[in-house]
Design a protein around this ligand. Structure first.
Ligand SMILES: *Cc1c(COP(=O)(O)O)cnc(C)c1O
Length: 366
């Protein structure tokens, strides 16, 4: 029999599947617990759930499940555009913002090209580059911060895309407006710069990268409804760029990539400032508690601007397994080459306390 690999793209051999946070259902089954006894602080989800307004809109849309969705995403793109002060033609919807990373790859990457990202950037950039036969140049990030000068210096004639997550996942670090402006003043125009702002809404004082879109630069800004909006299950995110660039990306997508229930929930959620404010306040307060407690325990952590904290615990996999046995799911960082670290998402005050109590008990034992 001919191997399935004979005709498959050779570069797919080096493509490792994305390793998601462990699902609650899996842990419940393995431990013989009820799902509601388990807490998941592994995927930076919103512990408050979706906005009640989003839930109501999605319930209504469920009744219309037999219709195809609005493939053009008219109302949601209008609402997003109004919110960011641009036009519908500046917006593309994705099945999660992850899908838009794939669109950008489909549109611009060929075998032999390369992309540039920080050493500890969100891993999906590299996965998508590999999918299209491109190489990822991983630039060292001292203190887990993007080194934008080093990223500029890493540009080769084959460089097509540069990815900057701000704040970055899994580090939680943030670049300032001055740093971003200095970078944009020097980056060549033929390179597509992607600013991934999955955690934008958690920032009290966010830098403005939409202005580069307005200036006609070759920039795509990514945002998502998975994090502060609490709609991770629905898979909906968006990209913001100048209309010519959005036109190119639109060609690469399937006709109904963003489902109607997700669009309805996102549209209602977008208007619920109260839910976003509550989530932001809960997150910042919980993050302060976790970071203070890590200090008290003598644990090194990276001060975070997002809804998670990267903290050094010694043996990350062992801590992951020990917490898992107590029904607490966090993330070890082996897939990021950080075996001594874990990443923990901010939960409700009760969830944070339970996590901290178990962590304290665990550290005492060692
Ligand atoms: C969570 C996350 C995303 C969002 O992914 P979705 O596909 O929208 O769920 C994108 N980028 C980063 C850096 C993230 O952490």
């Amino acid at each position: 029999m001919i191997s399935a690999w004979t005709n498959a793209h050779p570069w797919l051999r080096s493509l490792v599947s994305y390793e998601p946070g462990k699902p609650i259902e899996d842990v419940a089954r393995e431990l013989g617990l009820r799902p509601d006894q388990i807490i998941k602080l592994a995927s930076n989800e919103n512990p408050l759930g979706p906005s009640p307004k989003a839930l109501a809109a999605m319930r209504d849309m469920l009744e219309r499940s037999h219709f195809y969705p609005d493939g053009g995403g008219y109302y949601l793109r209008e609402a997003i555009a109004a919110k960011v002060g641009l036009a519908r033609e500046n917006i593309i919807l994705g099945c999660g913002s992850n899908e838009i990373i794939e669109f950008i790859g489909k549109a611009f990457l060929s075998p032999g090209d390369d992309i540039i990202a920080a050493r500890h950037a969100f891993v999906v950039y590299k996965l998508m580059a590999t999918l299209f036969g491109a190489r990822t140049i991983e630039v060292p990030d001292p203190n887990f911060e993007h080194d934008l000068d080093a990223m500029l210096a890493a540009i080769t004639p084959a460089t097509k895309e540069i990815f900057i997550a701000n704040p970055n996942n899994p580090t939680g670090t943030l670049l300032s407006q001055a740093q971003l402006d200095a970078f944009m003043a020097r980056v060549p125009d033929h390179i597509v710069v992607v600013f991934d702002e999955a955690y934008y809404e958690f920032l009290p004082n966010p830098p403005d990268v939409i202005k580069y879109v307005r200036e006609g630069r070759n920039v795509v800004v990514l945002r998502t409804f998975s994090k502060i909006q609490g709609l991770a299950n629905l898979r909906i995110g968006y990209g913001i760029a100048r209309p010519e660039l959005i036109d190119v990306l639109q060609k690469t997508r399937q006709p109904f990539n963003a489902n109607g229930i997700a669009q309805a929930g996102a549209l209602a959620g977008l208007a619920d400032d109260d839910h976003q404010r509550k989530t932001r306040e809960l997150t910042i307060a919980g993050r302060d508690v976790l970071q203070r407690e890590f200090s008290a325990l003598g644990l090194e952590y990276v001060p975070s601007h997002a809804n998670f904290v990267l903290v050094k615990v010694g043996d990350g996999k062992a801590v992951f397994n020990a917490l898992l046995s107590k029904g607490i799911i966090i993330r070890d960082m082996n897939s990021y080459g950080l075996p001594e670290w874990i990443r923990v998402s901010i939960g409700t005050p009760q969830q944070n306390e339970r996590f901290l109590a178990e962590l304290r008990a665990l550290l005492k034992k060692v």
